[in-house]
Design a protein around this ligand. Structure first.
Ligand code: GLP
Length: 268
């Protein structure tokens, strides 16, 4: 593993996504365990997509083999397609149940995922409730993030604003293309989503953002330009005091090697 900082952001580059995912699941485990010791709740912000799958697999293993308990864990998911039925296999509700929740001892009342089935008129109130609920639980302790190939975080697409909160958004063409195969073609792929905003995400106490594979390399390289811009929403992470970027070698492949040398890295 290679470790370095750029501004406020701390980077950890692992040889592959399995090693990177192991690191992240250990982080989450120790956060939950130390709160469990004092019967304190842990508020997690969760992501979906391919990126966190191995992290969730490992958390399930910790639950089964070491008895890691999620009874005191509250979760807020970043986003959900709109419109989509929660029973649809491509919904993030379905994803979370299949990939994590049904395998652990989490209390169903402690799970919050944006609702993709509401009438459009009811969405603003739902989004406000979602934001209020996060506050009620004292804010998110650790927000897990993936990144889209266009630099989106959650479903905050290029053009998103720093002040944005949970809301209905239109999906970028590239995002829809990236996922169209799963939906059986572009015409079946949702055009909208409900997502936490940039402001919502940046309010988390800690952020861990992961990126695996060459398709993420360009978005990651934007973190090394001086610009913080809504055109590449991941660059907003530079404003947060406690962000860790966990990468595999391919996602780190466009980071200037000179930078690595300058920062006198260490290898483990
Ligand atoms: C999706 C989600 C994001 C996710 C990103 C990357 O569209 N809305 O929360 O981080 O795109 O997806 P993947 O992990 O499958 O590459």
């Amino acid at each position: 593993m290679v470790e370095f900082s750029n501004g406020r952001i701390h980077f950890k580059v692992f040889r592959n996504k399995t090693l990177g995912s192991d690191y992240i699941s250990e982080l989450i485990k120790s956060e939950v365990e130390s709160n469990n010791l004092y019967s304190k709740p842990t508020v997690l912000g969760l992501a979906t997509g391919g990126s966190p799958k191995k992290v969730y697999e490992k958390l399930i293993t910790y639950h089964i083999t070491e008895g890691l308990s999620f009874k005191n864990v509250i979760t807020f998911n970043l986003d959900e397609y709109y419109p989509i039925d929660s029973k649809n296999e491509n919904s993030y509700h379905y994803y979370m149940i299949e990939n994590l929740f049904k395998h652990i001892d989490i209390n169903l009342a402690n799970i919050f995922i944006p609702n993709g089935m509401l009438d459009r008129n009811d969405i603003p109130a739902h989004c406000k409730d979602f934001e209020d609920k996060i506050e009620e639980f004292g804010g998110i302790d650790l927000q897990l993030l993936g990144v889209g190939s266009n630099g989106h975080i959650g479903f905050n697409e290029p053009g998103s604003e720093l002040s944005s909160k949970t809301r209905l958004v239109q999906l970028d063409h590239r995002t829809r293309l990236d996922t169209s195969e799963r939906f059986g073609g572009l015409s079946n792929t949702p055009k909208y989503a409900v997502t936490m905003g940039i402001n919502t995400i940046l309010k988390a106490k800690k952020i861990v953002c992961m990126a695996w594979g060459a398709s993420k390399a360009s978005a990651i390289s934007q973190l090394f330009s001086k610009k913080i811009t809504g055109e590449c929403p991941i660059t907003f992470l530079k404003k947060h005091p406690k962000v860790e970027l966990v990468l595999d070698e391919k996602a780190a492949s466009l980071i200037n090697p000179e930078f690595f040398k300058k920062e006198s890295l260490f290898n483990k």
